[in-house]
Design a binder for this molecule. Structure first.
Ligand SMILES: *[C@@H]1O[C@H](CO)[C@@H](O)[C@H](O)[C@H]1NC(C)=O
Ligand SMILES: *[C@@H]1O[C@H](CO)[C@@H](O)[C@H](O)[C@H]1NC(C)=O
Ligand SMILES: *[C@@H]1O[C@H](CO)[C@@H](O)[C@H](O)[C@H]1NC(C)=O
Length: 421
């Protein structure tokens, strides 16, 4: 039986006192913070004694499916640099700073092409469902064996947007140096791979036994729109295009036979050090008093996420046989920005690694790893790794929020246990 779905860190190995969530959520969380089997049962009994009715079926059966060898035959992921396990750096732009130390220093102890000091949300997801960390498709296309691809692949590429380059050029972004792949282009790569690996009639089985992570998408779309917009609030008008394009991608996967999809919303963009730097304002009222995040960008994220969920509701109605899970990255991350100390974070709006002078430690001219940049001693005390991307510590919290059901609708565990593999 598979036990440790997460490599425990100092935040969660000590059980009851170190829940990473709010006090009212502390009790259920202790179950997952226990390390060994007997501890797990003890916590279970405790919880039973306290709140039998609420927790009965879901927590004390211990998310059985996630403990099994694997609920899914494979995991395929699409998205941008938040999900890219190495495509951008290793196949497209090798001289990117992301390919150099200190990237990767915490977990892999070397740069892997991930835009973080360690693992990404997709890595924690792969571990939780008992699958290998995803090989980057473009980077390992010619070297990895077919068996490897049958268990999963990452098609996410840094700088990708849901929309394609032609769309932005038509809008007037003439000088766009386009290095990512649109969602449609990533889906095409996936289909090419699968048709070569799994000819009919096995194709639909392969699709229905696989888990798909579609996103996050949107961050780069909105960045491009922000370059174009004369008035920053104009960027809200881009939301229907972006969300309907994501929805079309999901439809394509369902048409091909996908039965379980996780679709993340975007993070609170107003809390990213790079955007806080670029859109710095003199007006106090432009910032959320509690978090110091920029209101108009969080509003953008919120509106995108609401619209995306409406699209998902429509798809669920059309395809009741398909599990479409909304992963609320925004909610999980907002928990961190609202209660940073509870999670062991010091200054949640400051990048661990960067060359900025101000409070955010971000400069567009001095990347993390460049001469003149500095890296913090303990990345686990920081939410932002390089001003744009999350630290492993923050990714783990977001992943747990999604996997343990609080920030996923419906819960991943529910979906997984319906698979009897
Ligand atoms: C596009 O880039 C060229 C060369 O960098 C520059 O001269 C030109 O002004 C740019 N055009 C726009 C619309 O930004
Ligand atoms: C931007 O547009 C919005 C709505 O169209 C308007 O309310 C706002 O005042 C504008 N802001 C600026 C700085 O022009
Ligand atoms: C973007 O939205 C506009 C307005 O709704 C629509 O006319 C256009 O076809 C959309 N473009 C794409 C590529 O979805």
């Amino acid at each position: 039986m598979r036990t440790a779905t997460y490599v425990p860190n100092k935040r969660n190995v000590q059980g009851t006192t170190t829940s990473i969530f709010q006090p009212d959520l502390l009790i259920p969380m202790t179950i997952f913070s226990a390390v060994g089997g007997s501890r797990r049962r003890l916590d279970c009994r405790l919880v039973f004694a306290i709140v039998i009715a609420i927790l009965l079926p879901c927590y004390c059966t211990g998310y059985p499916s996630l403990q099994r060898d694997s609920c899914f035959a494979a995991l395929y992921a699409f998205g941008d640099s938040y999900t890219d396990t190495g495509n951008f750096v290793r196949a497209i732009y090798p001289s990117s700073p992301i390919g150099r130390p200190p990237y990767g220093e915490t977990f892999f102890r070397r740069p892997t092409g991930r835009a973080s000091d360690g693992r990404l949300v997709v890595d924690f997801l792969a571990e939780a469902v008992g699958l290998p960390l995803l090989p980057p498709y473009l980077a390992e296309l010619s070297t990895a064996a077919a068996e490897v691809w049958r268990r999963g692949a990452c098609f996410a590429v840094g700088w990708s947007a849901a929309m394609d380059a032609a769309f932005f050029r038509e809008l007037g972004l003439k000088n766009l140096s386009w290095t990512g792949l649109s969602l449609a282009a990533q889906l095409q790569l996936f289909q090419d791979l699968q048709h070569s690996l799994t000819p009919e009639p096995g194709y639909r089985d392969m699709m229905s036994n696989s888990l798909f992570l579609v996103g996050e998408f949107g961050v780069n779309d909105y960045q491009y729109f922000l370059f174009l917009a004369k008035n920053v609030t104009d960027v809200y008008s881009a939301i229907p295009n972006v969300t309907s394009t994501i929805s079309m991608g999901i439809k394509d996967l369902i048409r091909l036979g996908a039965r379980t999809l996780i679709v993340p919303g975007v993070f609170p963009l107003g809390c990213l050090p790079n955007l806080l730097t670029l859109f710095k304002s003199e007006r106090n009222e432009d910032y959320e008093p509690r978090t110091g995040c920029l209101k108009f960008l969080n509003e953008l994220s919120t509106r995108h996420n609401l619209r995306l969920q409406e699209e998902l509701d429509r798809l669920r109605e059309l395809h009741p046989e398909v599990a479409i899970i909304y992963a609320d990255y925004y909610g999980a991350a907002t928990e961190i920005f609202n209660f940073p100390k509870k999670f062991g974070f010091k200054t949640p709006l400051t990048a661990c690694c960067g060359g900025g002078k101000g409070p955010y430690n971000y400069s567009p001219l001095v990347n993390c790893g460049d001469k003149g940049s500095k890296v913090c001693d303990d990345p686990s005390q920081y939410v932002s790794w390089d001003g744009i991307h999350l630290t492993e510590a923050a990714s783990e919290i977001v992943a747990r929020g999604v996997l343990e059901g609080l920030y996923a609708v419906p819960s991943v565990a529910e979906t997984c246990s319906s698979f009897s593999m």
